[in-house]
Design a protein around this ligand. Sequence first.
Ligand code: NAD
Length: 480
Amino acid sequence: MQYFQNYIDGQLIAPAAGQYLPGVEPATGQVYAQVPASDATDVAQAVRAAERALPAWRSRPAEERGRLLVRISELIERDLERLAHAESQDNGKPVSLARSVDIPRAASNFAFFGTAAQHFASETHYQEGVALNYTVRHPLGVVGCISPWNLPLYLFTWKIAPALAAGCCVVAKPSEITPYTAYLLSELCMEAGLPPGVLNIVHGTGPAVGQAIVEHPGIKAISFTGGTKTGEHIARTAAPMFKKLSLELGGKNPNVVFADCNLTEAVATSLRSSFSNQGQICLCGSRIFIERPIYAAFRQAFLDGVASLTVGDPLAPGTRQGALVSKAHLEKVLGYIALAHQEGGHLLAGGEQVHLPGRCAEGYFLQPTVFEGLAPNCRVNQEEIFGPVVTLTPFDTEAEVIEWANSTEYGLAATIWTQDLTRAHRVAHALHSGIVWVNTWLHRDLRTPFGGMKNSGVGREGGLEALRFFTEPQNVCIKL
Ligand code: NAD
């Protein structure tokens, strides 16, 4: 049995109270590791280490900080196989997905922000004979980064890399459900020569470690990705302390398919946007609206595609559908399937737990599930399920589908399928979504602002937005 450790002040250390949580492999239901159940004492130690490291780190030239981040990116690439295997074992995602998406994107996060800080220019405002104003962007100081279990290393590094690039020191907490790759990242940071205290990784539960990070007066900003309820709780604690907050929260994303689309591409990509990572990506399009003239054709092709998605051992190279992340989450998703039946939905595919033979006999597997016949305002079409469950709904007019697409409390991402460029722009602008993809999905350019509207979040990550978040602008005005 392996024991993970906290990474504090450049060292791997056990939690102060000596307590551990079981790390469960979702594909087998077995405990495979012990995860530090840290508490406020460990967080306080991490904040002290970060405060000690801050003066030297913030005054290093951006280029030097960037070189270290690029080095970490190279080490992630070097260890791609090991990290992908760990991510798959810890999360239940197919190793093929971790190898092609999660780990390469974690490496890109460090490479991108390692160089981005060098292109982060400040502004000057010159009024001839009157004044020169210029803006200095100071690193905020010690910041807290808290991430979820669905894309563990990918989202953890998406926060940490810009914070470090901006000159902040970090106290970070990965999800206690998926801590493995964060633990391996600590080893890589040590190997890369990151100075002690610049990044500290404290493992443990949300109420114990996350709450202590949010409450600690030494932490100037919180960058959080996770559920909307947790985000609300964090905001309630951090706002009266005047901490800067970036909240990336839940979604219930519409996927709008117009009759003039390229049907083959729309179906193939909709299969991915429905069921990648077992539907556990905040950007998955779980409400599929199809214009009535192609409803039957789309439905048939989509169901043919679903029939070819076999659920298997995530560690097997050919598997495309793995396990859900935990027993509790599987039960939550099964609860929504029961609700869909109660709300009058007609089951078109899936709907059942999958029992695999051999090593995965106790794993948390679920068939990709498709319903039709559910009203756009029913609970299944309004609440985030975060699993491999989608609904198909025909629509007749553009106005109607825009209204349905916008009808939830969320506004993270949307997809539009059409060959009509004018309509693509018109509908994109009418959707209340932070991200709109046209004829594609999950296409990411790290320079673009990433985040949601409405209850999907506050603030934006990505590119210069992230560097702005982790810095404080100061205006200097000189009389001429
Ligand atoms: P979660 O909110 O339960 O947990 C997220 C993190 O917050 C974990 O590290 C958890 O330990 C911590 N946490 C829990 N309680 C806390 C508290 N009181 N104070 C501080 N930290 C606390 O979310 P989850 O179940 O891990 O992740 C799934 C959710 O994340 C879904 O709602 C999904 O949509 C969302 N998500 C959003 C994005 C995005 O970019 N908008 C990306 C991925 C996931």
